[in-house]
Each structure stands twice: as C-alpha cells, then as structure tokens.
Design a protein around this ligand. Structure first.
Ligand code: SF4
Length: 445
C-alpha cells in the first residue's frame, strides 16, 4: 500500500453491480418506478433521436420519483417532450407506429440529428489537428497548452445527460464521432508539440473504461516530459461513484492515480456535478475522499441548464457541497448551441444574475468558481456582469481562454439583451478592439 493514499485503503461496502438501462428497458423502468404510460411513450419516442442510458444507482438513489416529471435528475437523464420540435415529434410518432416504415424512420432520425448542430463551436472543422493534411483521430487541439484526447473505449458514459453537448458521440454514427483506438497518434503528436503541458482525457467518460484499459491510455503519457498535467473529464462520481469505491478495479484506479502523482505530475479529476443531490450520497462522498487520498486534484464544473439547475440556491448548495468534499468549484458553463438547446438554454442575462446571487452566498474558498462561461469558437468567454453607462447597458465580457494567446484575459463589452443566450446572439459594443471583433466573428467553420 502506498503511503500516499490513506483514504485509498479497501473499505467494507456492499459491492453494487453496474447495470445500464437503455431504450429497450423503458417498460421495465416505467413499471418499476411508476412512470405513466404517456411519459413512458414520450421517453421511448424522443430516445429514437437523442441518446438514453441510465443505471441502477441513478434510478434508485438520485431520481426523486415522487417529483417526476419536474424532478431535475429525471429531466437530466430522461428524454422529454419539448426536447424536439413538435413537428418532428409528430412525424416520428407516425413512423414509429408503422412497421413498414423502418427505412423512412432511420432517414427521419438522421435528418433531425443533422439539424441539431451535432458539432458546435467548430469542433470538427477547427480543432482537429492534421499531419500532412490528414486528420489525427481522437484529438482536438484548440488552446496552445491543452490537447483533448478521446480514447476509443471511453466514448460512452455511466448514464447520459439529456443536455450533453457531446451527444453526437453516442448515437452510433461514425461520422459524428471522435475516438482513437490507441494512444499512439496522441503520443506522436505530443512529441512534436512540446508547448502542450496538459492532456484532457475526455469522451464520453474515460472512467467507463476498466483500469487496465485506462492505464494503457495514460501510462504512455508519463514518458512525455513536457506533459505536466493529466486531466480526466468525468461524471462518474455523480453517476457511478462505486467506480472509485467498490468496483473490482476501484483500488487499481487509485493506484494508477498515485503512480501519476508519484511521477511528479498533476492528475486532475474534472468532475461534472449538475445538482447538489449528486453529492448527497455516502458513496459519492467516499469516492471523492478516496480520489483526493491519492493526491489527485478535483475540479468541478457543469452547465447551467433550464429545468435542472437554473436557480441560485441550487448552485450555492452545489458549490458549498463541493467545497465541503474538498473539491474546487471551477466552471459554471453556458449550455452550448447543440442538441435540445431550445429546451435547456438560459439567457445570458439570467445566467449572470443566477451566478452572482449564488456567488455572493459563498465563503471565500469556494469563490474559485468562474461563470457563466461560454466555451465558444474563439475561446472561453466569461460574462463578468452587467454595467449601466451613459451609452446604455452592456455585458462585461472577458476571454478566459483563447485560440490566440494574445487575447487571453482581454475584456470587451456587448449590448445588453434579455434574450441573447450565446456569443453569436450578442451585438459587440462599438469600441470593441478589432482583434477581438475578428476573433469573436471569425474564423468561422
Ligand atoms: S456525462 Fe458528460 S459526456 Fe456523458 S452524457 Fe453527460 S455531459 Fe455528456
């Protein structure tokens, strides 16, 4: 046992077995938890287009079945009416009911998906690196010091979020997927790019991989001296905390984290928590304690989405719970313009007000959080607030991160709007510097 990880000692906990439920199990779920026939049919219909996956823990411990359909976790996991336009739902319903229309149904599903902006913010056109004109599979390189890596076996999750901006990864369409079967292309690329200090391993959720597989993807990174931080983007602590507590290879995972720390690098678990309930179970808190016991850092982030967490009290509770668990509140994101965006979007004015109200309630140590942040084509743009001037009301904006490092930290302004929900909806102030205008309005995919 490594001296680094007192919290990583095996603990007595009844082992829970992971079982995923998908569209095929909707009847079973409806019967078990008392979902009405109408709700069941809706979930079935919408999940023809949007990915649906849930597991025993989410169903038993996180969803409040007495509060459905308004329950925020139910909304987060179960496809709902309102997530697709009514016209599309009508057409789908007709085709689903006609056994002779299977081919038309597939075509209709493809058409609806294509209209949902499957790769927002130029991910496919602008972020995928190339070598001699050929795209490197499973990599994105948007910011100088950070490469995103999508290991092929980590392109699913323990449960799916209905608001996921990577939903296209899960619908089985090879054209919509980023994934690399082995780390070799990544390692080759990093050898040529010593400016990259951070590798963000993402998906899907890399923690769906067994530790053995995860090790095969992570260990080669330890040979690259210029890589100093390995980040793992994951919602596993929320959706399947047993991954770090009682799964057969939970302890091996913690050993792997310790090994990375012992190599002199940071390992940062970028934990996705959307609602304080996700931190309310013993097993989730144990998972965080065990992860932290390895020397890993835990940073927390999630989007602000309507129907799930669009009020200040929820965020205040969430950030306090994260701090209490020894994790760092990090980003409140603005929902991206993809998938069922109309259902989940929150105007920037409202998002900014929610952020500020929640932020004011926090102790200083939780004020590490930044938001609302748009991860947009030119970079990460934060709405710092709203100001009144003789010329009118403006959003105060700032590039927290940018494709062009010269723009990082630069403030700028846009005309206030009660409806704008994304950077593209904003009208920049007349005094905006030309380089910021160029970055915000282009390059366009
Ligand atoms: S856990 Fe992350 S990648 Fe998986 S569905 Fe949710 S938001 Fe998407």
């Amino acid at each position: 046992m490594s001296p680094l990880a007192p919290a990583a000692a095996p603990i007595a906990l009844e082992a829970a077995r992971f079982r995923a439920y998908g569209p095929r199990h909707i009847d079973e779920i409806a019967q078990r938890y008392g979902m009405s026939g109408d709700m069941r049919d809706t979930v079935r219909l919408i999940s023809e287009v949007l990915p649906f996956r849930v597991n025993e823990y989410v169903l038993d411990q996180l969803v409040d079945w007495a509060a459905i359909p308004e329950d925020p976790i139910f909304r987060m996991v179960f496809p709902q009416r309102g997530m697709l336009p009514e016209d599309d739902i009508g057409r789908l319903a007709k085709l689903v009911d006609d056994p002779s229309a299977k081919r038309e149904l597939r075509a209709e599903v493809r058409r609806i998906r294509a209209g949902l902006n499957p790769h927002p913010s130029g991910q496919k056109q602008l972020n995928v690196p190339t070598v001699e004109g050929t795209e490197i599979p499973g990599l994105q390189h948007k910011y100088r010091e950070t490469v995103l890596y999508f290991p092929g076996q980590g392109q699913t999750c323990h449960s799916y979020c209905t608001y996921c901006f990577r939903w296209a990864q899960f619908v089985g369409d090879a054209d919509l997927r980023f994934a690399s079967p082995t780390p070799d292309p990544l390692i080759g690329y990093l050898g040529e790019h010593p400016e990259v200090s951070d590798v963000l391993v993402t998906g899907g959720d890399p923690m769906v991989m067994t530790t053995e597989r995860l090790r095969r993807h992570l260990e080669p990174l330890l040979e690259i001296e210029t890589v100093r931080t390995i980040r793992i983007g994951t919602k596993s602590v929320a959706y399947w905390p047993h991954r770090f507590v009682s799964d057969p290879d939970a302890d091996d995972t913690l050993r792997l984290f310790e090994q990375i720390v012992a190599s002199g690098r940071n390992i940062a678990v970028m934990a996705h928590f959307s609602h304080p309930r996700e931190l309310g179970t013993d097993v989730a808190r144990r998972a965080l304690a065990r992860i932290r016991g390895t020397g890993a850092l835990v940073y927390c982030q999630a989007p602000l989405v309507a129907h799930v967490n669009d009020d200040a009290r929820t965020w205040s509770e969430l950030w306090r719970a994260e701090l209490a668990a020894g994790a760092v509140p990090y980003y409140l994101f603005v929902e991206r313009d993809t998938g069922p965006y109309e259902y989940f979007k929150v105007p920037l004015a409202k998002a900014s007000a929610i952020y500020r109200s929640a932020y004011r309630t926090l102790p200083g140590l939780a004020r590490t959080v930044r938001g609302p942040v748009m991860s947009a084509t030119p970079g990460k743009v934060v709405v710092d607030g709203v100001t009144e001037t003789a010329q009118g009301r403006f959003f105060e904006l700032r590039l927290l991160q940018a494709r062009d490092p010269q723009l990082i930290g630069r403030p700028f302004r846009a005309h206030y709007s009660t409806t704008a929900a994304w950077l593209d909806d904003l009208r920049l102030a007349p005094d905006t510097p030309a380089d910021i205008v160029a970055a915000v309005r282009g390059p366009q995919p």
